[in-house]
Design a protein. Structure first.
Length: 235
């Protein structure tokens, strides 16, 4: 998965996620990830004319954020070991991205100031040379090239099969609509009870879609409280 993709003026998912966290002056923790989930999902929904590979990166990060948010709303929700590692991995990658970003800014300022390199004055007028630590023959270079090409071919042909359960957001929209038609209101905890990770993600996206289309209203007392879903009867 690519974590630092740039297309024209477009930044990748980690860059956007870090921006949202820094806007709120938060540290990189599971709590802060939960707080910016809604902002991140709104940003993803507004993406247009984006390369499918880049969009897949955003959707992958969004899926992890929804898990984090679901846990904050449903403390009793238990994650598998793989899901726990996935969330921890996102935190670590985000922290690492921030370190690289800071280093990038430092190097940019360093170059802008004209201090492109540092060297001892002894080497200033010497021509550039390529120095080997040991003798190297043409046969040695051919063997090294053959080994490199062999590794490249093996890497190119390796593939990995991914198994996942496809859950339709449209199905979840229909499920929520039917529920609030019968009962006028519901909540996220009851809708997500005993649901799989994929179903919870689809459910969360369905709620956002219905809210955006003004079909439902959403109430939440605070960031840790359950989400109440109410049918918009004013339509």
């Amino acid at each position: 998965m690519s974590y630092e993709l740039t297309l024209q003026n477009f930044s990748g998912p980690l860059a956007k996620l870090l921006e949202l966290i820094e806007e709120r002056k938060l540290e990189i923790t599971t709590i802060s990830l939960a707080e910016v989930t809604a902002d991140f999902l709104r940003y993803v929904q507004g993406l247009t004319d984006v390369h499918p590979r880049v969009l897949a990166d955003f959707v992958s990060v969004a899926g992890r954020l929804i898990l984090v948010k679901s846990k904050s709303l449903l403390p009793s929700l238990e994650f598998t070991e793989e899901e726990e590692e996935s969330i921890k991995d996102l935190e670590e990658r985000l922290k690492l991205y921030r370190e690289f970003k800071n280093a990038q800014n430092y190097l940019r300022n360093f170059i802008t100031q004209g201090e492109h390199s540092l060297s001892r004055s002894l080497f200033l007028n010497l021509p550039p040379i390529f120095s080997l630590t040991q003798p190297l023959s043409g046969d040695d270079m051919l063997r090294a090239l053959a080994a490199t090409l062999s590794d490249l071919e093996r890497t190119t042909h390796e593939s990995q099969s991914l198994k996942f359960t496809l859950v339709s957001v449209e199905e979840k929209i229909k499920e929520i609509t039917e529920r609030i038609t019968r009962e006028l209101r519901s909540n996220f905890s009851s809708l997500s009870e005993d649901k799989s990770r994929e179903e919870i993600i689809a459910l969360f996206l369905a709620i956002l879609t219905l809210f955006k289309d003004n079909i439902i209203k959403i109430e939440q007392e605070d960031s840790d409280a359950d989400i109440h879903i109410i049918k918009n009867t004013s339509l």
